[in-house]
Write a new protein. Structure first.
Length: 431
């Protein structure tokens, strides 16, 4: 069952819808947002030059910096008397980015979130424990407003206060939960420590998780611990908040609500549009929003798009879970590699820790990648032969998984420099 008929559009229906809404959006931003008028004129393009969906590549990109430079309301295409909601980023690194919604935008948000909830089979009989953060961040209120519109009882528990959350989860009999995957794990550990019997004491059957990356293994683990269906929800406030894409029952891929948000995948270095299946930076153009319409927004998130049909019958394209951020991507002899992918391979190897450092260098014209990996303190072997085998094994696994040749150096436990705060995983000496 789908929430709206657009989710099963034919290719022709979808493209006709996208093109007509794209044209409307371009006229709107050109005439109502001075920033876009100036950018379009600088690039020598006018709204009427966009005659096909492929023409979108003629348009300029929008970045987070553009939003900051136009702080607070400079990118809005309506007066404040039409705005009914404002959200904002935390702005820990400079001015925050501000987003605004008209009543029409709130309808769209509720619609795409309705699709998310429907994928999880929610109805008005469900009770939703909303353990996503409330406030300026779009997460908590994004889930909350949409749930209310679907007449779902919503518990606005937000984050923190784990013991009280467990009490409410049990006593209120919530059937669905939202939050980050790490909070779902933390909640389960705490429940065990406090003597709850997870499968008996709680009534959860479905969870909607997002806002941080989770491997398929972690998703399955959370699903198993709680005995729930795991749905991933992707979103970002610049586009609308949660509800840009979400996974159905059939796979970990996420259906992208491309009738409202037009997706492209580009090469983050060159800006060139990539083909279906190729991995690159996700760029999104809003097609129906009024408060903050946005053209070719560079999300910084790395993923790929597939149009392979899904068993659920929805025809909207799907993206893979976000692989990483474009800022973290290394290009090694033409192959794109993310530290997260290397970590994923290391995590499956015994006798080493996840303390590692990646060093990119040049050898002649070629890129050379070295990785220092700390041995585990439990690794008893000091036999040179065994250690050489371990080193070769890791190199082989990396070549198999990522198609790159890496030289692995096994180093003594606790020998890599520790940093305060975020670990320095990559040293790129080519720069
Ligand atoms: Zn599906």
């Amino acid at each position: 069952m789908t929430f709206s008929k657009n989710e099963s559009f034919s290719k022709d229906e979808l493209e006709a819808w996208q093109l007509s809404h794209l044209k409307e959006t371009l006229i709107r931003v050109f005439h109502l947002v001075p920033f876009y008028k100036k950018r379009f004129e600088e690039m020598g393009v006018r709204p009427e030059d966009i005659k096909t969906l492929a023409d979108i590549s003629k348009l300029p990109f929008t970045t987070k910096k553009n939003l900051r430079d136009n702080y607070p309301f400079g990118m809005f295409s309506v007066e404040m008397d039409q705005i009914v909601r404002v959200h904002s980023s935390s702005g820990t690194t400079g001015k925050p980015t501000v987003v605004g919604y008209t009543e029409h935008d709130m309808d769209i948000w509720a619609e795409v979130m309705g699709r998310v909830f429907t994928m999880g089979g929610l109805t008005c009989k469900d009770i939703l424990h909303n353990a996503t953060g409330y406030g300026l961040f779009t997460g908590g209120l994004g889930f909350h407003s949409a749930a209310e519109r679907m007449k779902i009882a919503v518990i606005p528990s937000s984050t923190g206060f784990t013991s009280r959350q467990l009490l409410l989860l049990k006593d209120f009999g919530a059937t669905a939960i939202t939050g980050t995957p790490s909070f779902a794990l933390h909640l389960a550990e705490k429940a065990k420590a406090e003597g709850y019997d997870i499968k008996k004491d709680f009534s959860l059957r479905v969870g909607f998780f997002g806002a941080e990356p989770a491997s398929d293994g972690l998703k399955d683990e959370i699903a198993n611990i709680w005995g729930i269906d795991y749905h991933e929800v992707y979103g970002l406030s610049e586009i609308i908040g949660p509800g840009v894409a979400s996974s159905c029952k059939h796979s970990h891929l996420l259906h992208f609500n491309e009738d409202h948000f037009y997706p492209e995948i580009i090469d983050p270095k060159t800006g060139e549009v990539l083909a279906e299946g190729e991995r690159g930076e996700l760029v999104v153009t809003t097609l129906t929003k009024q408060g903050l319409p946005i053209i070719r927004y560079k999300t910084g998130d790395i993923t790929s798009i597939t149009r392979v049909p899904c068993r659920c019958g929805r025809t909207l394209c799907r993206i893979e879970s976000i692989v990483g951020r474009s800022d973290d991507m290394l290009v090694i002899n033409g192959v794109n590699v993310f530290p997260s992918q290397i970590e994923h391979v290391l995590a499956k190897v015994d006798d080493i820790t996840l303390n590692y450092q990646i060093i990119a260098n040049k050898k002649g014209h070629l890129d050379k990648l070295d990785i220092d990996v700390e041995l585990s303190e439990n690794c008893m072997s000091d036999d040179i032969g065994e250690l050489t085998n371990l080193q070769k094994h890791i190199q082989h696994e990396l070549l198999n998984a990522l198609y790159i040749n890496v030289t692995v150096h096994l180093v003594a436990p606790k020998s890599l420099k520790r940093s305060e705060g975020k670990a320095v995983r990559v040293i790129d000496k080519r720069k």
